[in-house]
Design a protein. Structure first.
Length: 66
């Protein structure tokens, strides 16, 4: 127990800092941002593959038997 300014014993009150960013909201925000980055990368890969297929004007380099 601690004594207050008037000499009375008081139980300590747990306090969180005003700038405490470790709460559940911060963890959720971090997880959402991680997911958004992963989805963005996946979409970028898919779009890149589509452009490659659409712009396939290079001559075929494989030997053809015929």
């Amino acid at each position: 127990m601690q004594r207050d300014g008037n000499g009375r014993e008081r139980a300590p009150v747990p306090r969180a800092a005003a700038n405490d960013n470790g709460g559940p909201e911060a963890r959720i925000d971090a997880a959402v941002m991680r997911l958004a980055r992963l989805l963005g990368r996946q979409i970028a890969r898919e779009q890149f593959r589509q452009q490659e297929a659409a712009n396939d004007n290079a001559p075929d380099t494989e030997a053809h038997d015929g």
